[in-house]
Design a protein around this ligand. Sequence first.
Ligand code: IMP
Ligand code: MG
Length: 215
Amino acid sequence: MASCLQISDDEKGHDLELFCVPRHYESDLDKVIIPHGLIMDRTERLARDIIQDMGGHHIVALCVLKGGYKFFADLLDYIKVLNHNSDKSVPLTVDFIRVKSYCNDKSTNSIKVIGGDELSNLAGKNVLIVEDIVETGRTMQTLLSLLNECNPKMVKVVSLLVKRTPRSSGYRPDYIGFEVPDAFLVGYALDYNEYFRDLSHICILNEQAKEKYKM
Ligand code: IMP
Ligand code: MG
């Protein structure tokens, strides 16, 4: 099973005053749970693990928008550094799809995949799906079954976060940054109804904020 950094259920997090948090969000957040620097350090190591396993052949990195965009950009920067500095390197191309499954803080059963090139272009390629967070696992399982119809050579999934929750289907990505408690998390491109993508650290949203930004 993929090893990852465990953030335990009784993790207290860090006081907001210890970090730079946009003024407009100060009253919406309880604690900083994963500071930006730690995200970057863990991402650097994920890049190394991924290249070790997948680095033999052209990789198509598939970003799951919108939540995955920060992680995708930073992960690819680290992969590029490895490609620049080692004797062995592989071509890396990118694609972007949008998957929407959330309303307020609840996962819904309807999962929509929007955009991206023709999925048939993925035939024979090593595909790396880059996702922000896996909760029930339904989004990723739906996406994987769609992709597998296109006969890629290999498909791997990297998710920055996996939530420990009884709602999980049991699905585990191939690479995981952090395993996190069953709370609603925002920041580093993870949103609540589109807010909080403009926050660098991963934080726990408080109950007041769920009301304030409700759709
Ligand atoms: P799943 O299908 O239940 O695994 O949900 C995955 C998707 O739900 C993720 O790609 C996110 O977009 C969204 N999601 C799940 N939990 C959170 C969270 O705590 N904060 C923000 N988005 C979340
Ligand atoms: Mg997502």
